[in-house]
Design a protein around this ligand. Structure first.
Ligand SMILES: NC(=O)c1ccc[n+]([C@@H]2O[C@H](COP(=O)([O-])OP(=O)(O)OC[C@H]3O[C@@H](n4cnc5c(N)ncnc54)[C@H](OP(=O)(O)O)[C@@H]3O)[C@@H](O)[C@H]2O)c1
Length: 162
């Protein structure tokens, strides 16, 4: 579901239509996107028969980086997917701290940020028309995790930018 309807009841009505498609075997999983209200997420979860398998949200300072929603996802086995991951975070990605982490490994700052996202339990979405970027993005899957100190440094930058 690309986003919530204006009224919660309508959102639930649409969700029930999707649940029907799920029960007919026409879709395997249901997901929601652009849901930034933690209470609405929890409410939909408790009101639904087929629980959301994934939440896909903009990963940016304006939503406080969805700290509560990410916690809810973790507790309820829901994938949290980020979009605008690179687009919305240039200050952090171009920071000296992230540059140093990238230089140390001979990789790019975007790769560091994607690795950080995976290390904190987020599935980062991206898109590219550039073959080099595509290879770099896929290589992140095989990279070892950042150190806990590095994760803390980037987490603090996220908190500072809220
Ligand atoms: N649910 C929604 O409402 C919603 C809204 C927007 C997007 N999305 C989804 O989110 C996905 C990601 O899109 P996004 O715009 O949010 O992604 P993003 O990661 O914020 O930005 C993608 C941009 O970053 C560049 N890029 C990708 N890999 C890179 C790398 N390794 N180094 C440097 N630059 C890199 C790409 O440019 P180059 O082509 O030059 O590499 C592309 O223009 C989309 O496929 C879309 O399906 C969902």
């Amino acid at each position: 579901m690309h986003g919530p309807m204006r009224a919660y009841d309508k959102t639930l009505e649409v969700w029930h239509v999707f649940e029907e498609l799920h029960s007919q075997g026409k879709v395997k999983q249901l997901g929601i996107s652009n849901f930034y209200d933690p209470e609405a997420v929890a409410r939909l979860y408790s009101d639904s028969k087929v629980k959301p398998a994934v939440i896909q949200n903009r990963f940016y300072a304006d939503s406080g980086y969805d700290i509560l929603i990410r916690k809810f996802c973790k507790e309820h086995n829901i994938y949290y997917q980020s979009f605008w991951t690179l687009t919305a975070n240039p200050t952090i990605i171009n920071s000296n701290a992230v540059k140093k982490m990238a230089e140390k490994r001979g990789i790019t700052t975007s790769q560091i940020f994607f690795r950080f996202m995976m290390d904190i339990g987020v599935v980062p979405l991206t898109g590219t028309t550039n073959e080099t970027h595509m290879k770099q993005d896929l290589a992140v899957l095989d990279m070892p995790a950042l150190s806990s100190e590095e994760i803390q440094i980037i987490n603090e930058m996220l908190s500072d930018s809220i």
